[in-house]
Design a protein. Structure first.
Lengths: 322, 372, 522
């Protein structure tokens, strides 16, 4: 395998790792927004999940306990959002913003109180995190040209949560399109009156969507701090929640296209990291910082109608009253 | 849609926001208690830190200045019923404009020329950054909330690239521009007027505060005293009636967003020309988002915006004091308070409405019965 | 009233699907339904006919559980019924096809029909069952639909069919249809009627709400006429005529007659030639409209709402663009290429009192004085340059309020706090005080109390006598007949005819409103 191809393969490998939190948050965003609730708080829920996962993993020694605690914490924040938006018919954008800011403040504040390390959790040792999982027969298959290397570098060797995230995409699609819950959820985001007049509770449906979003963001946060990273660091979500939102829009609120959008955005991030300081022909030093803006520019172009149409669920953002 | 109140005006404008504020502070107090500190003590420390120490009031007002600009920005867009979340990005790009003027002219021209030019540039650049989402919403139907969020990040990327690349101070590592020439430094308030304001102590409070006050007045005049303001309000309150009246609705939306961006851009005059004296990374650090809370609490009116800005300024400054005095509490407590206030005043704004309504009605009935 | 159904002895032996006795419902001061008695024979098609605002929709909402009646009782298939929600109504065997469809546009027919009765956690379980149901309905009643088709791709007639399927899939025995043909082409309406007849033959009872007389005559077995919230008559369809129905529908106790001298029409101020307008969806809203309007006359536009009058007003006032044809107003020509904004229209002397004062005419959250200059705010009188002159704005409002008897005469009061009549007086005062040469008015006395109605009518006559050219659109036939000098009747976007007020009769105009031509109706 040529050197360029190998580097490219490593970049794809990095793509998967970078895209994982995006994929999880994107699925979350899809469920919430498809039910009609705008969700800007993917970022805050993920951050809270990251903190709780690291904190619990650190004190209990079990990463699995950490993930479940993260899902729970994220779910609580999601319920606050639901309470404000669904029960109180409040402004959904404002509520999302509030949750993000709350998460930023709460994580550091509790972190300092518990660990006294300036907002971080203590660094996590190996067993407290999710370790890379080597797939069977890696060494044996390694001798096969090209495919063996692909198997070793790209497919095998990620931690459990990466595979969970990838699995969640077809699962989400199944839930959304093949189940009763999914049908009702999609309907309530378009024409809530139709759902209401069929005798189904609009509120309960939306609450379930929002809670589901919370659970998924919790896993995303856990991945950041105990999967990819080794502990919680202040503001570690670093805007990924917003990129996930961009992926949801770019994927037109559908799981599989959103997955591809996440992979694309992850790829852009991976490439920009690789090209750091590298000189490109004609341009000179690679404008990696500008590359990081590409996901956002693409969403704007899409919304402006320059690269196809994106129609959000018809009833999104409008509180439902009988 | 969003619930509206049937309370008498005074209850709607004062009582409910006050209740929301108290509720937010109460929840924070509970959190502080669980951190092992006395919440009332913490509150007292914050108050001392915001007002009573030397320089405290100055610091508080310096923060207030930022919030006035971003609060007015959100408010003017709100009057056209546009939800402008892009204050961060618009302020950032406004900083680019001000910074370019300051770098280019600051060493060679006197203050009396440079600063007005910088103000103009900051407003212009900020307006451009608000104008584009405005155009997209008015003529292409692109949802302004999402486009302004995206533009925040695009602005961030552009500024990082500029500060790490073309604009960086030669020979230095940190992503920031060279220091501005003297002509571009806005005088601190405690140094002006022959020490008239020296009682404020040493603080970053500078003449931008005066600019902010002018903007408050200008905002009031524009919205309620001009024909353009009338048209903006009509578009915001009833776009169909605006159409009937012959008002060009898309054009007004674009103008409102441009003005909004311009106001946000002026934040750069305070931060960059007044305090940092160079363009630094992320100088907008959340002021844009707080502006949303300020506009909501201040009900899009200059008096309310001033009061809300002052409140948040006090929380910011008081938060620094908390950090100083308590081991377990940092400045992030101010963030927490901010988030709580936004939650209660913004999303849960009418949560207390049913109770207040009931109590008021009973009072009124009792009062009437007593009079009979 | 109630004995009309027993015109022959046979009917009393049949059972009733629905009995309403003494049903009343008010919304605040508005009496939507008053003491309604209704008996619907099982297995029949029963029409409910009446003008807009007669209270038909309210009554149907009460039957279907969307509103609770203030008084009265209901029996369904002989059993006393207390219907508090649509779920209750559905469980009693009632089904409703609403005017505004409750379908999810981007999902398939199958998905829409399954919603609410999916039959299990996985859609695959219920799919089979639903497909079978669709098949049955198709063969039994001629209601064929492609289950995989997406709703938004389907023509309106088929979408309505899906709504009907949704209503009866659960085995509903009483089907209520609220103005079903409003959105259908004549061909689609015929298909609908075939389905309805089929359902009736199977024993389903059908309640058909409509204001179209020809539909009543062609498909119903019985018809009940509502007017001003009351049930005024019941008839067996084959024993009545469109004329009788028209008379029952639009006649009203004469409120007041306006003192009106003869008109002296002079120059033509507005000349409309072959004006046409199509909606963005492609349906034709106005077809080949041509008429003249002279100074010093009132041309009344009669017709049931939704027949193109709204579009006509919007085009003439500059709010909407012309698709075909043209009109000439005060020496300006407006057509597809040349247009004037509403602001320009006002400037040349065309004033517009809109049909919906809440939607267009006022900003309810603004103060009265701010509303008093809506549309004229750029006039130098209200402020030179860009600034507004507060004093002048206030004075202008006070003057307007005095002159037009607006109560309370408080310019600082927000518009939403005025009664309907006073709100209307503000709008009328604002437009009329500009001394326009052409005045376009829609529904001037909708939601206005009797005292204000008289005031407004007198004002309009006075304006006419001062030489204004007035185009008056109203669904209140009484108002048209008493105020107009000439009457232009519109139906389905076209002019049915223009008649002289002195020679026209209520029956004639009523029939023209139902689409019958002027000569035939006379």
């Amino acid at each position: 395998m040529s050197e360029f191809a190998y580097q490219f393969l490593l970049t794809l490998d990095a793509t998967l790792r970078l895209a994982t939190p995006l994929v999880l948050c994107a699925m979350a965003g899809i469920f919430s927004e498809r039910s009609g609730i705008i969700d800007i708080s993917l970022e805050g829920k993920m951050l809270m999940g990251a903190f709780v996962a690291a904190a619990v993993a650190s004190t209990s020694g079990s990463p699995w306990l950490g993930v479940f605690a993260a899902m729970f914490a994220s779910m609580l924040m999601a319920m606050v959002h639901g309470f404000a938006c669904i029960t109180h018919k409040g402004n959904q954008v404002v509520s999302g913003l509030a949750i993000n800011i709350l998460a930023s403040g709460l994580t550091v504040t509790i972190g300092i109180a518990l660990f006294r390390q300036g907002g971080q959790t203590p660094p996590l040792s190996g067993s407290e995190r999710f370790r890379p999982i080597e797939w069977p027969l890696v060494d044996v298959l390694d001798s096969i040209p090209v495919l063996g290397t692909v198997y070793r570098e790209l497919i095998s060797g990620h931690n459990m949560l990466v595979y969970v995230a990838l699995l969640l995409v077809p699962l989400s699609a199944f839930l959304l399109y093949k189940t009763r819950f999914g049908l009702r959820l999609r309907a309530v985001g378009e024409v809530p009156r139709a759902v209401d007049s069929a005798g189904i509770s609009v509120s309960f449906l939306r609450y379930r969507a929002v809670i589901l979003a919370g659970l998924l963001c919790g896993i995303a946060g856990a991945y950041l701090s105990i999967g990819q990273g080794a502990g919680f660091v202040k503001e570690m979500s670093a805007g990924k929640g917003y990129i996930a939102l961009a992926a949801v829009i770019f994927g037109k609120w559908r799981p599989v296209p959103a997955l591809f959008a996440c992979l694309l955005f992850g790829f852009l991030e991976a490439v920009s990291a690789r090209l750091q300081g590298v000189d490109l022909p004609l341009i000179g030093e690679a404008p990696t910082q500008l590359m990081l803006a590409l996901p956002y520019i693409m969403v704007v172009l899409l919304l402006a109608g320059f690269i196809g149409k994106a129609s959000p669920p018809a009833a999104i953002g409008q509180p439902y009253s009988k | 849609m969003t619930p509206t109140s049937d309370l008498p005006r005074w209850a709607d404008v004062f009582l409910l926001p006050l209740l929301n504020l108290l509720a937010a502070l109460a929840v924070c107090g509970v959190i502080i208690f669980f951190l092992g500190e006395n919440p009332f003590n913490a509150l007292w420390v914050m108050i001392k830190g915001a007002f009573f120490y030397s320089g405290s009031l100055g610091y508080t007002l310096y923060y207030t200045t930022n919030f006035i600009f971003t609060g007015l920005a959100v408010a003017i867009a709100f009057h056209a019923m546009m939800f402008n979340i892009g204050g961060e990005g618009q302020a950032y790009i406004g900083g680019l404009g001000a910074g370019l003027v300051a770098l280019w002219l600051g060493a060679s021209l006197p203050m009396i020329l440079v600063i007005p030019l910088a103000v103009f540039a900051a407003a212009l650049f900020g307006a451009a950054w608000g104008l584009i989402p405005g155009l997209l919403q008015a003529y292409r139907g692109s949802h302004i909330v999402i486009t302004t969020i995206m533009f925040n990040f695009i602005a961030g990327s552009i500024m990082v690239w500029l500060l790490v690349g073309p604009l960086i101070e030669q020979g230095q590592q940190s992503p920031q521009t060279p220091k501005f020439g003297d002509g571009a430094l806005v005088p601190k308030l405690h140094e002006t007027a022959g020490g008239l304001f020296s009682f404020l102590g040493n603080s970053p409070l500078n003449l931008s505060f005066v600019l902010a006050l002018f903007c408050l007045v200008g905002f009031w005049i524009l919205i309620w005293r001009t024909k353009l303001g009338y048209e903006i309000r009509t578009v915001g309150q009833n776009p169909e009636a605006a159409r009937y009246a012959g008002i060009n609705v898309p054009k007004i939306i674009v103008i409102a967003m441009a003005l909004s961006g311009a106001l946000a851009g002026l934040l750069a005059i305070n931060e960059l020309l007044g305090v940092q004296h160079r363009v630094v990374l992320n100088f907008t650090s959340g002021y844009g988002f707080t502006g949303i809370a300020v506009a909501l609490m201040g009900r899009n009116h200059p008096v309310g915006i001033f009061l809300a800005s002052f409140l948040f300024g006090a929380i910011y400054q008081g938060g620094a004091e908390l950090d100083f005095e308590f081991q377990t509490i940092t400045r992030d407590m101010a963030l927490l308070m901010q988030g709580m206030i936004i939650l209660f005043s913004g999303a849960l704004a009418y949560m207390f409405n049913p109770w207040v309504s009931r109590i008021l009605r009973r009072w009124i009935k009792q009062g009437e019965a007593a009079r009979v | 009233m109630t004995d009309d159904k027993n015109t022959d002895g046979r009917t009393s032996a049949h059972s009733f699907a629905l009995n309403l006795a003494g049903v009343s419902k008010s919304f605040g001061a508005v009496r939507a339904n008053h003491d309604i008695n209704l008996d619907v024979l099982a297995g029949s098609i029963h029409g409910i006919v009446g003008e807009n605002g007669a209270g038909k929709s309210t009554l149907m909402n009460i039957i279907f559980g969307l509103h609770a009646p203030d008084k009265g009782s209901m029996h369904v298939f002989g059993e006393r019924a207390s219907i508090k929600s649509s779920a209750d109504a559905i469980s009693l065997g009632l089904g409703m096809v609403h005017q505004h469809f409750m379908l999810v546009p981007n999902m398939s027919v199958l998905d829409n029909v399954m919603l609410g009765s999916e039959g299990g956690y996985l859609l695959s379980e219920g799919r089979e069952q639903t497909l079978k149901t669709l098949d049955n309905l198709s063969s039994a009643f001629g209601m064929g639909v492609d289950p995989t088709a997406i709703i938004e791709d389907l023509p309106v007639g088929i979408r309505q069919r899906v709504e009907i399927i949704k209503a009866i899939k659960g085995g509903a025995r009483v089907l209520i249809l609220d103005e079903p043909t409003g959105v259908l082409t004549p061909g689609e309406a015929q298909q609908l009627f075939d389905i309805l007849r089929s359902l009736r033959d199977d024993g389903v009872t059908i309640l058909l709400i409509t204001h179209k007389l020809d539909e009543i005559m062609s498909i119903t077995d019985h018809v009940s006429i509502m007017r001003d919230g009351e049930m005024v008559a019941h008839r067996e369809t084959r024993k009545t005529t469109p004329q009788e129905l028209a008379r029952l529908m639009v006649g009203r106790d004469v409120l007041l007659s306006v003192d009106k001298g003869p008109a002296n029409p002079s120059d033509i101020k507005l000349k409309v030639s072959s004006l046409g307008c199509t909606s963005s969806a492609g349906s034709s809203l106005l077809k080949n409209v041509s008429f003249d309007l002279r100074a010093g006359e009132i041309l009344g536009v009669a017709g049931v709402a939704g027949n193109g009058q709204t579009e006509l007003l919007e085009i003439l006032s500059g709010m909407r663009k012309v698709t075909t044809g043209k009109f000439e107003v005060l020496q300006r020509v407006i057509d597809k290429e040349r247009s004037l904004t509403p602001e320009h229209m006002r400037a040349i002397g065309v004033a517009h009192i809109p049909e919906d004062r809440h939607e267009h005419g006022l900003v309810l959250s603004f103060e009265a004085q701010e509303n008093a200059m809506l549309g004229y705010h750029r006039d130098p009188r209200f402020g030179r340059g860009s600034l507004l002159d507060d004093k002048e704005i206030r004075d202008h409002c006070v003057e307007l309020m005095t002159k037009h008897d607006v109560r309370p005469p408080n310019p600082d009061l927000h518009a939403r706090n005025f009664s309907g009549g006073n709100q209307q007086k503000i709008v009328i005062g604002r437009e009329v005080d500009q001394k326009p040469e052409v005045l376009l008015i829609g529904q001037p006395t909708r939601g206005v109390d009797v005292g204000a109605i008289e005031f407004i009518h007198r004002q309009l006559i006075q304006l006419r006598d001062e030489g204004c050219a007035i185009l008056l659109v109203s669904v209140e036939l009484e108002e048209i007949l008493s105020l107009s000098d000439r009457i232009m009747v519109m139906n389905e976007g076209e002019i049915v005819g223009i008649v002289d007020q002195k020679t026209a009769s209520q029956e004639q105009v009523g029939m023209m409103m139902a689409g019958v031509g002027a000569e035939v109706a006379a």
